[in-house]
Each structure stands twice: as C-alpha cells, then as structure tokens.
Ligand binder design. Structure first.
Ligand SMILES: C[S@@+](CC[C@H](N)C(=O)[O-])C[C@H]1O[C@@H](n2cnc3c(N)ncnc32)[C@H](O)[C@@H]1O
Length: 240
C-alpha cells in the first residue's frame, strides 16, 4: 500500500485502517538495519505491529534484485501462512516505480493462493503540484487536451533534448523523477531552451524540509534522490 510522499497526514484513511488491522508491517530498506523511508512516513500510525524490513538493494545488476524480490515474497508468504494479516508499505503510490510492485508480481506468480489488495497512495508528482499550488505557484498537472508523462529523468542530454521536443509537439507535461545528480546537466539544457522559469523543482515533498521552487532558482548542482521536475512547455489557449 502507498503511504504518500512524506507527510504522515497524506496516508489515506484506507491505509491507516489497514495498518491498524495488521499484525505485521513490512517495508523496504536499502541496507540491513536501515529505517526505511516508507516506514518512517507511516511511523505515527504504527503501534504494536511487528516490523518486517525487506532488503531491496539499490543496484543495477539483475541477480541481486531478482534474489531480493524472491526473498521478500517468500518472507511475506511465510507470514501469511501463519494467518498473520500484514501490510507492505511503499513510498508514494504503490503502483508507480514502486519496489512493492515487484513483490506483487512475485506473489502473483508463485503464491497465487494469497489474496492481495493494493491500497493506492498519493504520488510525489501529485503532491508536488499541490504543494506548489498551495504556495502561490499554481501548477495544474494536466488541463484540457494535454498529456502527462511521468517517467525517470533521461540519462543523457541528447535523450532529454529529444524528450522535450516530443513533449512540446504532443502537448505533454513532463514529470521527471529520479532527478538527483542529473540536475547538473539538466539545468543547462532547460536554460538554453528558456524553460527554467516555467518548470517546477520539487525536493523532499511532504517532509519538513521540502523545497519547491521555480527551476530558475535552483543552481546546477547535485540534488537529493528525492527530487523531481515538472515541465510544461505550452499552456492551453483558453484559460482564466
Ligand atoms: C522509485 S520512485 C518512487 C515513486 C513513488 N512510488 C511515488 O508514487 O511518488 C522515486 C522517485 O520519486 C520521486 N519522489 C518520491 N518521493 C518524493 C518526494 N517526497 N519529493 C520529491 N520527489 C519524490 C523522486 O524523483 C524519486 O527519485
């Protein structure tokens, strides 16, 4: 289930109720002993439940990731076999670039007997747009016939240039995740195209230190992993 992007008040009522009913709260961690972002977000709602950290190493190699998903599914299935009701927490929404999606796929293929229900969460993209609008920077994600493309930031300048061209031609707003260190070279590309002032930079949305700024105010430097960019190149003709 999704726990939203940072603020514990952005969990849905369904998510809070599911945690309250669970005996076990599982959540992803990147290293053994780490707290886990999703667990930290949901912490105010977790009381007596047993904690089950699931190790998902942040690596590109296939073998450790496959092993991690398999192990996670085995651990969850073992809990379910003990008739324990459990929840698996996931930062943001549970179906958008989410570790728990892999576990869902593993469970569906290897443990189809266990019923699963997925509780959606507020994605960082929606939270960023709402937070900017609340700070006097109105940021509707999509209007009228606009498209909205949520995807990781491309890995090269050339790929970003192409994406910007395609988005402009198709009237598509871009939400670029996993911005982080890429901001170093993304910033000059947007500057050259005159797109900085109209783009929104969002970092650690929902956390006490959240940062929401027009991209023109963010110097080209590495940013944290939990940062994203919203880019709109055209507005609809008919607007208030
Ligand atoms: C693996 S994706 C997870 C997306 C998440 N499931 C969601 O629905 O928002 C991680 C990326 O989402 C974005 N992200 C997630 N939480 C964020 C936050 N609180 N503030 C800014 N960006 C965030 C960042 O771009 C980060 O690199």
């Amino acid at each position: 289930m999704g726990v939203g992007p940072g603020d514990p008040n952005l969990l849905t009522v369904a998510a809070v109720q599911a945690i309250a009913k669970a005996a076990v709260v599982a959540y992803p961690v990147a290293q053994p002993g780490a707290e886990g972002m999703a667990a930290r977000i949901a912490a105010p709602w977790i009381t007596e439940q047993r904690h089950l950290p699931l190790l998902f190493p942040m690596v590109a190699a296939a073998a450790p990731r496959l092993a991690a998903w398999r192990t996670a599914a085995d651990l969850l299935a073992a809990e379910l076999a003990r008739a324990e009701q459990l929840v698996l927490l996931c930062e943001g929404d549970a179906s958008l670039f989410a570790s728990c999606s892999y576990v869902l796929l593993e469970l569906a293929s290897r443990y189809p007997q266990w019923p699963v229900s997925v509780i959606p969460g507020i994605t960082a993209v929606a939270a960023a747009a709402a937070a900017a609008s609340s700070l006097g920077m109105p940021w509707p994600l999509a209007l009228q016939d606009e498209g909205l493309l949520i995807r990781p930031t491309p890995n090269s300048q050339a790929a970003l240039e192409l994406l910007l061209e395609q988005a402009k031609a198709s009237n598509t707003v871009l939400a670029l995740l996993k911005l982080g260190e890429r901001w170093l070279w993304v910033q000059p590309v947007l500057e050259a195209r005159g797109l900085l002032a109209a783009s929104l930079f969002a970092q650690r949305v929902g956390w006490p230190d959240q940062l929401l700024l027009p991209a023109s105010e963010v110097p080209a430097a590495q940013r944290p992993y939990f940062s994203l960019l919203l880019i709109r190149q055209n507005w609809p003709e008919v607007l208030p």
